[in-house]
Design a protein around this ligand. Structure first.
Ligand code: UDP
Length: 236
């Protein structure tokens, strides 16, 4: 894998809940912040998109009778809560970050633009880009693809709780085997659940490679940046 100058790190909201299963697990949050601090010390520029599944998902809300658009707006607000939590945890460790929001909500965060994000990263701050795409019917995976492409990241690092892309769900199928690398087309044709189709298609069309790895194992983010082969590289 090449060395990266600028990365877009996607963190899952669900992982942030740790063992609790919902909300924010402070230990997990602080571990993420420590890993990000270590990564930043290597000189790489970091943009982050964080999900909101630990708090609310529009689609599951719709299943319980919520209006889908309002539910998705609740989900986007959840990403802002997680982004503020991460920014706060980074601040406690002496790392500067800037929360940007795709929906106007000053003074909680600044209204997102590509240039504000790049300006922050070039100053050595972490740009935390919240609200996903800012529109309902999308996911934060698609938000990550979009922002990764916009901010001209070299790669999207998708931090999950599994260590890469498998032939089947390894949590359900013990015979599943892991790919070291795989093409976008194969991910799409095999219907592999790396990310949703929209997110994968965007990365494919704009040539943004994805590296899937287990962010919940402490130290893994640094290993990925050091070029250790611990996950799956998705490319053209
Ligand atoms: N969401 C949305 N538009 C976006 C990104 C997110 O409406 O561009 C909403 C959607 O309801 C989603 C929720 O925010 O379910 C939380 O995001 P996601 O499910 O991607 O979080 P994760 O799975 O990473 O925790």
């Amino acid at each position: 894998m090449p060395k990266f100058k600028r990365i877009l790190l996607k963190l899952s909201g669900e992982s942030l809940s740790g063992a609790q299963g919902h909300g924010i697990d402070v230990q997990r949050l602080n571990q993420y912040a420590e890993q990000i601090k270590d990564a930043l010390s290597t000189g790489v520029q970091i943009g982050i998109v964080i999900g909101g599944g630990n708090i609310f998902r529009g689609l599951s809300g719709a299943g319980k009778g919520f209006d889908r658009v309002k539910g998705d707006q609740m989900g986007m607000c959840a990403t802002v809560i997680n982004s503020l939590a991460l920014s706060s945890a980074l601040g406690a460790q002496g790392v500067k970050s800037r929360v940007l929001t795709a929906i106007r909500m000053e003074p909680i965060g600044e209204f997102y633009s590509k240039w504000k994000a790049i300006e922050a990263m070039e100053r050595g701050e972490v740009a935390i880009i919240s609200c996903g795409t800012g529109s309902p019917y999308f996911t934060t995976d698609t938000g990550s693809s979009l922002r990764g492409i916009e901010i001209e990241a070299d790669v999207m690092l998708k931090g999950t709780r599994v260590d890469g892309v498998y032939t089947a769900d390894p949590e359900k199928d013990p015979t599943a085997t892991k790919f070291d690398e795989i093409t976008y087309d194969e991910v799409l044709s095999r219907g592999l659940k790396v990310m949703d189709i929209t997110a994968t298609a965007m990365c494919k069309e704009n040539g943004l490679p994805i590296y899937v790895f287990n962010m919940d194992v402490y130290g893994n983010l640094k290993k990925v940046l050091d070029g250790e082969n611990i996950g799956t590289y998705v490319h053209a």
